[in-house]
Design a protein. Structure first.
Length: 332
């Protein structure tokens, strides 16, 4: 989460020592919250965003956190016109991520965010937040993951209400991979944009895509548009939702959270096994491998993970199941 401090009342052409400005620190925010409520805190943070030039300042400076665009070089460079179209579109998406972040950090998402049926990601996150607000915990990994999916859903909904500069498709399957956003340039080429978390962007999440996003002849523009990590403990405290747990209790909650994460991972793996087996039975070996772009070696590993052994009578290679699961996840 971005540091909750900025100078208010100081324009960009004034020195930071200007006496008309003052520094917003966490203690000041907490005091203001107790005196005037969350709305006043949110208004003050938005004002800081206006006057310090942070984030995108268009639209009355209502943005708090600036999302970061991370570009990747492709083997086929875009033409000048297409490059400009991709850049303009990607900047629009970045601003909408900023808007979603603002709505998250000022807690307006609790009432204003609504899923587009049949989606449930926003409702899931709202319920997670309500539990956290009722009993703040330092174990917020699941909450943060839910927030990420909710932000992505909110951004795609905001895109539908905006005048986006180019035609686009969301969650469009592309030969075994699925970009979050596919934007069409006027020359017929495409830009692929991945909405992801700060942590995933730091790990160069796109480079793990299989097949690679960077080698498509018709895709000269690829980037990650990432949203910052939110400190939900600090957010709940700032909003006045109880005290942060003590160290011993926090360790217990972290252990419980780790157990929940492990259980969810096991459930996800079991769902993957069932899906693979069902699709394999329906399409056959050739059809299944072709649909996902697996090589023969990769296909055997994926099927072995799902309990279908094509290695007989030879012995499967070491780590075949784990590698098969990784290959399967890379296509999702």
């Amino acid at each position: 989460m971005a540091p909750l401090h900025a100078r208010v009342g100081v324009s960009e052409d004034k020195p930071s020592s200007d006496p008309d400005g003052f520094l917003i620190t966490p203690p000041l925010l907490l005091s203001l919250q107790r005196l005037a409520g969350n709305r006043a805190v949110s208004a003050l943070i938005r004002e800081a965003g206006r006057t310090t030039g942070g984030g995108h300042t268009e639209g009355a400076g209502e943005l708090v956190v600036q999302a970061t665009r991370k570009k990747y070089p492709t083997t086929h460079a875009p033409g000048p016109t297409a490059q400009g179209e991709f850049e303009t579109f990607a900047d629009q998406v970045s601003k909408l991520i900023d808007t979603a972040n603002t709505e998250l950090t000022d807690l307006s998402f609790v009432k204003s965010w609504v899923d587009t049926p049949p989606g449930t990601r926003i409702l899931y996150f709202q319920n997670k937040w309500k539990k956290h607000a009722a009993k703040p915990t330092t174990s917020t990994a699941l909450l943060a993951a839910a927030a990420g999916y909710a932000i992505e859903s909110q951004v795609t909904q905001l895109m539908m209400t905006q005048g986006m500069t180019r035609p686009y498709i969301v969650q469009d399957p592309q030969g075994g991979t699925r970009p979050d956003i596919v934007v069409k340039a006027s020359d017929g080429t495409e830009g692929w944009i991945d909405l992801t978390s700060q942590e995933e962007a730091a790990r160069s999440h796109i480079l793990k895509k299989n097949p690679s996003w960077l080698t498509h002849v018709n895709v000269p523009f690829v980037e990650e548009n990432w949203y910052p990590t939110v400190d939900f403990v600090a957010l709940a405290t700032m909003a006045g939702f109880g005290k942060v747990p003590k160290a011993k209790k926090a360790r217990k909650e972290q252990a419980e959270s780790a157990g929940i994460v492990a259980r969810m991972e096991r459930q996800e793996a079991e769902r993957a096994r069932r899906t693979i087996a069902e699709e394999y039975r329906g399409a056959g070996k050739g059809g299944f491998g072709l649909a996902y772009g697996f090589t023969d070696s990769e296909l055997k590993k994926v099927l072995y993970f799902a309990g279908i052994n094509l290695y007989t009578p030879t012995k499967p290679p070491k780590g075949a199941k784990a590698r098969g699961y990784e290959l399967w996840k890379s296509k999702q």
